[in-house]
Every structure is written in structure tokens, then in C-alpha cells.
Design a binder for this molecule. Structure first.
Ligand code: HMG
Ligand code: MG
Length: 300
């Protein structure tokens, strides 16, 4: 029997949060619905963060109100604090995500507080979610490098991941925010975290700045990880991690997994169509090999 891999599609959030051009609500709604129609079971819907910090996510409440939700599909949103949680609740979200970092400087730049302060801020959010029957996911950024500090000690990654897991996050997404990690480093990082947290509660979140993301996914699979975040068309980047490229493209991950005998819920052709469609909306070419190979892209 083939092994199942879970994909968390982060394109509508991580993919679009860094875009400078205005993307209207209708386009975001259409993107989320297309991704769910392509068979993805988890599609991030947006982020309830300060609109001053991330203007592109400001209309996440409207997006969440307008999407037609499919049975069996979850639409997580990011919530950095109780204010964000209240917005997410009002939007009737089924899953929220708190997001911390393994690097002090990144924590300060991204959410304006220290790692310890962030954990204290997340605790009531995760507790409220638990009480309301909402699932809480935990992100840890900079697990393989920080844009401000360079190398990040593995102990920090383990400590923050464990704190989020012990708090009640059902899954810890380990983020190579700036896409600098390599397979060997990924392997060592996963081993360290998995010594404290069950490996089936871990997810990999690889940005593709140096073209290592797919190789890192395979290194993580070898370590027993079965959930990966990815972004249609390789969209994305973090506004507080200058120079970092998008996430690994969902369609490239799906191609690699399906060709290797692994099973996902996604339909590759429908994903490629969505990749080409969103790229056209954004006025650029897809940042994925599969979209080009599919010959769906008009190069003139
Ligand atoms: P702060 O300025 O310290 O917040 O920002 P504050 O509590 O002092 O509030 C200041 C103002 O923001 C107030 O409004 C609040 O009401 C408002 P004012 O009185 O000035 O009009 N505010 C909010 N508004 C809407 N929603 C909220 C909210 N909270 C406060 N939730 C804060 C702290 C965390 C809010 C801010 O730093 C922030 O929003 N940061 C978000 C940064 C972000 O979204 N980064 C990208 C996502 S993380 C990522 O991409 C990495 C990831 O992909 C994994 C990886 O790749 O590594 C997940
Ligand atoms: Mg990210």
C-alpha cells in the first residue's frame, strides 16, 4: 500500500502576504476554492494580523466569509494574539495557527516581541481554541537559518517546538523561512525535534531560495515526516525575511510524490491549471517546473 502524504497549501497566505500589488478579495476567494477543488484538504485562508504590518492580509475576514467551504477541507488562518483569535473565531475558522521563531531577532522583527513573550501570548490563544473546539497549529520559523542571525542553534528549534506542542498545538510546522537549509541539515534538525515530539506531529515548511526545498522534503520523509506545507506556483515569502523566495511549489511536490508511488489527495492537472491561472492574475510566469513542463504556459 502506498504511503499517504498530507499537503498544507499555504499559497493564499504565505504566497500572497508579500505581494506589493493589490489583490482583490474575489481573486483570493477564487484561488482558495480552486485549490480545494484540486483536492487539497488543507488550504490556508489568510492571516488575522495587524494590517499595518501585513496590508495584503487585511481582508482575511472578507475572504473567509466569501469562500464556499467544502466538506472535509480545513481552512487555517494565522493568529498572533487574542485579537487575531477573536477575528478568526468571528470568521468561523476551524483551525488557527500561532507562529513563533527559533531566532530572537526574527521574533522581534516579525511579531515585535521576544520568543518568551510570544509563547506567553500564544498560550491563551491555544487555550481558547481548545475550549472552542478549534484546532491549533504551531509554526516555528528560522529552523535552518535566520536572515538576521545566520545559523540558529538546534536547541532553540527543539525548545520552541516543544513549548508549542506542550501548549496544545496538534502539529508543529518547521519553517526554513529563508530557504537556506540542505538535506543533511534538515535530517539533523528533524532528528533533534523528533527526539522530543512524535514525528507524526511534525510538518516541513521549506522555502526554495537555494533550490533545496524538494530535496529537503525527501530528507524529512526519510526521517518519518508525512506532512508538508507548499504553495501553488511557488508563490510566497515573508515580509520580514528580505530576499527569501517562495515556498516549494505544490505542483512540483505532488509530481515528485506521485511519481515515487506516494499518495496525496491532490489532482496534479487541476493544480497546474490553478498555478497558471494565479500567475496570469499576478502578471507573471509560474515559479514551478511542472507548470512549464505541462506546456500550459504561454511564453509570449
Ligand atoms: P504590535 O504593534 O506590537 O501590536 O504588533 P500591538 O498589540 O501593540 O497593537 C498595535 C496595533 O495593531 C493596534 O492598533 C492593535 O489593535 C493592532 P492601533 O491601536 O495602533 O490602531 N493589532 C491588530 N490588528 C489586527 N489583528 C491583530 C492585531 N494585533 C494588534 N491580530 C503584531 C504585534 C503581532 C500584531 C504584529 O507584529 C503583526 O501583526 N505581525 C504579523 C507579521 C506577519 O504576519 N508575518 C508573516 C507571517 S509569519 C511567516 O510568514 C512565516 C511562516 O510562513 C513560517 C516560515 O516560513 O518560517 C509562518
Ligand atoms: Mg513561510
Amino acid at each position: 500500500m502506498s504511503q499517504h502524504i498530507n499537503i498544507v497549501e499555504v499559497g493564499p497566505r504565505d504566497g500572497l502576504q508579500n505581494e506589493k500589488q493589490v489583490i482583490d478579495v474575489a481573486t483570493k476567494v477564487a484561488l482558495i476554492e480552486r485549490l480545494a477543488d484540486a483536492g487539497l484538504k488543507t488550504v490556508e485562508g489568510g492571516a488575522f494580523v495587524s494590517p499595518k504590518w501585513v496590508p495584503q492580509m487585511a481582508a482575511s475576514d472578507e475572504v473567509m466569509a466569501q469562500i464556499k467551504r467544502k466538506a472535509g477541507v480545513s481552512y487555517p488562518v494565522l493568529t498572533p494574539n487574542m485579537k487575531g483569535y477573536e477575528g478568526a473565531r468571528a470568521a468561523e475558522t476551524d483551525t488557527i495557527a500561532v507562529f513563533g521563531a527559533a531566532s530572537e531577532s526574527f521574533s522581534q522583527k516579525n511579531i515585535n516581541c521576544s520568543i518568551e513573550e510570544s509563547l506567553e501570548r500564544f498560550r491563551p490563544v491555544v487555550e481558547a481554541a481548545k475550549a472552542d473546539g478549534v484546532r491549533a497549529r504551531g509554526y516555528v520559523s528560522c529552523v535552518l537559518g535566520c536572515p538576521y542571525e545566520g545559523k540558529v542553534p538546534l536547541d532553540n528549534v527543539v525548545r520552541v517546538s516543544k513549548a508549542l506542542y506542550d501548549m496544545g498545538c496538534y502539529e508543529i510546522s518547521l519553517g526554513d523561512t529563508i530557504g537556506v537549509g540542505t538535506p543533511k541539515e534538515t535530517q539533523a534538525m528533524i532528528r533533534a525535534v523528533a527526539s522530543e515530539i512524535p514525528v507524526d506531529a511534525l510538518a516541513g515548511h521549506f522555502h526554495d531560495t537555494y533550490g533545496q526545498a524538494l530535496a529537503n522534503i525527501w530528507a524529512a520523509i526519510e526521517e518519518g515526516v508525512t506532512t508538508f506545507d507548499s504553495s501553488v506556483s511557488g508563490l510566497g515569502g515573508c515580509p520580514y525575511a528580505k530576499g527569501a523566495s517562495g515556498n516549494v511549489a505544490t505542483e512540483d511536490v505532488i509530481y515528485s510524490l506521485h511519481q515515487s508511488g506516494f499518495d496525496t489527495s491532490a489532482d496534479l492537472d487541476a493544480l497546474i491549471e490553478t498555478s497558471v491561472w494565479i500567475s496570469e492574475q499576478l502578471g507573471r510566469l509560474p515559479d514551478s517546473k511542472s507548470a512549464f513542463s505541462s506546456q500550459n504556459v504561454r511564453l509570449n
